[in-house]
Design a protein around this ligand. Structure first.
Ligand code: NAD
Length: 469
């Protein structure tokens, strides 16, 4: 909440904080190669990361030891880490803004979510019985570089596993801060080693070693497939892969929907975090008779978006994460130039990209998940609703889905028919609440169980005899 005086004072205090370099944190001394970490808003070097190599990974696997502490001790240490995260808000906000280009609302929300994961999984450590599986690999994406990273690690640690944590290439600095705070809280280094580096080297080494007892991964569906193949070739049958992956998320707005509310939710779902959320709305279906008016309203609301400096409290949309993301989406927009209905200006520097509205015939026109501020809009006739749902399901993803309607029976009808992990009715379709609203997909969007729910932690325990792995 950026109207809260304490939060504003915290953001102000964070502006000039220096960001520490990152390096592997391992039991044995690592070998590593230095790389600059760049700010997505201006390309400046934020700090340096020493990337691990495959020999460092192999040694770290040998050195890993499951966490030798009672459930009550583990829970107390995870709670202490939550307190330390909160106390270190300054360096956390600064690193999220400079390394990941996070606008302040997102930085505040992300710290909150990371802390919620630590406290929730601490409670689960006390609530669940069982023994650790052994050594877990945790591989995370850059888009929630603190919250998802912390969630994976703390769930695995809650069950007493040793964790080998690899952050995304783009965001090692914020991850290093999280690991240092977990160590400061009392997690031994042998139970939590930090291995920054690229997917092809460090990621591959961490997912193709027979000594690994489980992998928790969040990222793209394509990478999950590569990991699943590597695990199948090298690890014992039944070694779990807990994967949260991409989506092709749709929303249906029928002609009974409240237009102002629908437009507010559409714009937030598509453009918040510059569309760099797995839950973000990609394909909007508007009922034909209200479409011209609603699309005009969406364009008006897009014109209100302010794209730019993450530190400015009035900014709604920050930059894309890196030049690869920027070039990929810019070239997609060039190819689909004739479909562009509306675009709003963005700064001509760093990796900023104009929020864009594209006209499509339906979800089949989307060749892939466009992980940025691009909303596709299609229209549908009432009698085609079933076909629209069939088309969405047929793409095979199943992460989030949104519905705006005031017809009660339609809510039930659509809920029964759509395949998705998280369904949002008459609200925006981004966000979840750790503990009360677990998050995760089905089909090509993930293996489950949902993060932030009790079943998630149970996957990190050794199965009892006869139970499924
Ligand atoms: P990505 O798949 O490119 O990378 C994710 C992680 O995998 C990185 O740490 C990367 O280094 C690592 N990796 C890459 N190749 C590897 C390999 N061969 N072996 C092992 N590890 C490897 O994804 P990204 O670009 O970082 O993140 C964006 C994607 O993540 C989007 O598809 C988004 O939808 C998805 N995502 C899903 C969720 C969810 O909860 N379902 C949440 C956030 C992001």
């Amino acid at each position: 909440d950026l109207t809260d005086a304490e939060t504003l004072a915290r953001i102000d205090a964070a502006r000039d904080i220096a960001i520490p370099d990152a390096a592997p944190i391992t039991v044995s001394p690592p070998s590593a190669k230095p790389m600059p970490v760049r700010n997505p808003t201006d390309g400046d070097t934020v700090a340096q990361v020493d990337e691990a190599d495959s020999a460092t990974v192999a040694q770290a696997i040998s050195d890993a030891r499951p966490w030798d502490a009672s459930a009550a001790e583990r829970a107390a240490i995870l709670r202490r880490a939550a307190d330390l995260y909160e106390e270190n808000f300054g360096v956390i906000f600064a690193t999220l803004a400079r390394e990941a280009g996070k606008i302040m609302t997102d930085a505040v929300g992300e710290l909150r979510e990371a802390v919620d994961f630590l406290r929730y999984y601490a409670a689960q450590a006390e609530a669940q019985n069982g023994s650790a599986r052994g050594v877990f690999t945790a591989i995370s994406p850059w888009n929630f570089p603190l919250a998802i990273f912390t969630g994976q690690i703390s769930a695995a640690l809650a069950a007493g596993n040793a964790v080998l944590a690899k952050p995304a290439e783009q965001t090692p600095l914020i991850a290093a801060i999280g690991v240092r705070l977990l160590h400061e809280a009392g997690v031994p280094v042998s139970a939590l080693q930090f291995l920054p580096g690229d997917g092809a080297t460090v990621g591959a080494a961490l997912t193709s070693d027979e000594r690994i007892n489980g992998v928790v991964f969040t990222g793209s569906t394509d990478t999950a497939r590569v990991i699943a193949r590597a695990m199948a070739s090298h690890m014992a049958p039944g070694t779990p892969l807990i994967a949260e992956t991409g989506g092709l998320n749709a929303m249906i707005v029928d002609s009974t929907a409240l237009p102002e509310q629908a437009v507010r939710d559409i714009v937030a779902s598509s453009f918040q975090s510059a569309g760099q959320r797995c839950s973000a709305l990609r394909c909007l279906y508007v009922q034909e008779d209200i479409a011209p008016g609603l699309i005009k309203m969406i364009q008006g609301a897009m014109d209100e978006l302010s794209v730019g400096d993450p530190w400015k409290l009035s900014t709604d949309v920050g930059p894309l994460i890196d030049s690869e993301a920027h070039e990929g989406i810019a070239s997609y927009l060039e190819t689909n130039n004739n479909r562009i209905l509306h675009q709003v200006p963005a700064p001509d520097c760093g990796h900023f990209l104009s929020p864009t509205l594209l006209k499509v015939n339906g979800i089949d026109d989307l060749e892939r998940e466009i992980f940025g501020p691009v909303l596709h809009v299609a229209t549908f006739r009432n009698r085609d609703l079933e076909k629209v749902i069939g088309d969405i399901n047929a793409r095979g993803f199943g992460l989030t889905f949104g519905l705006h309607t005031r017809i009660d029976s339609r809510v039930q009808e659509v809920t029964d028919a759509i395949h998705c992990g998280n369904l949002y009715v008459n609200r925006n379709q981004i966000g979840a609440v750790v503990g009360s609203q677990p998050f995760g997909g089905e089909g090509l969007s993930g293996t489950g169980p949902k993060a932030g729910g009790p079943l998630y932690v149970s996957r990190f325990f050794k199965p009892v005899d006869g139970a499924a792995t």
